[in-house]
Design a protein around this ligand. Structure first.
Ligand SMILES: [Zn+2]
Length: 184
């Protein structure tokens, strides 16, 4: 049985390798034609779909982590990201400008460089979330600036780049719930 499955998989992989573009075009066509229907299905079965996805994720967590790591370490992906950054340089600049502006306009904005340095030392140069030593130190606002948080000592912790992009505009509580898998 398992052998048959492997054989079938190999056959599929070979087929995809030689007919890749055709397959892609067919999928695109199918998805476009069925978009409304699959959205309807999703809306009607939202909770069940989410539940299924969550269950799948938990069951395959380790595999998914390996695949994700593999995917992001691929040269093609790296090049793609660099190209994306180049094309979207304007957007990226606008985002960081917005972030700076939010800092300036925060209800309280009194974090000094000295306070920040001390805070990083307090955490022994480790990320507040994953506790790993940080190659690049970023500031995370427990209550994000975009959600009305302040740029002040009690609201800022050191955070590695990876955790910071995962937490993004979530509050600390939301982030904990996401990482514990209790919140979608
Ligand atoms: Zn981290």
């Amino acid at each position: 049985m398992a052998k048959d499955r492997d054989k079938a998989k190999m056959r599929q992989a070979r087929y995809r390798a030689s007919h890749g573009l055709e397959v892609l075009a067919r999928h695109r066509k199918y998805n476009a034609a069925n978009k409304a229907r699959s959205h309807e299905y999703y809306v009607a079965h939202r909770d069940a779909v989410k539940q299924r996805m969550k269950a799948y994720y938990h069951e395959h967590k380790a595999e998914i982590a390996v695949k994700t790591r593999e995917y992001y370490s691929r040269e093609r992906t790296k090049k793609g990201r660099a190209a994306w950054r180049q094309v979207n340089a304007g957007k990226i600049a606008a985002w960081s400008k917005l972030h700076r502006a939010r800092k300036m306009l925060a209800p309280v904005n009194d974090l000094t460089d000295e306070q920040w340095d001390e805070r990083v030392v307090e955490f022994r140069g480790r990320c507040a979330y994953c506790l790993n030593p940080m190659a690049t130190v970023t500031q995370d606002h427990l209550i994000p600036l975009s959600r009305g948080g302040s740029h002040t000592l009690s609201n800022v912790v050191p955070c590695c780049k990876s955790c910071n992009s995962k937490k993004h505009a979530r509050t600390l509580l939301e982030y904990v719930m996401v990482t514990q898998g209790n919140f979608v």
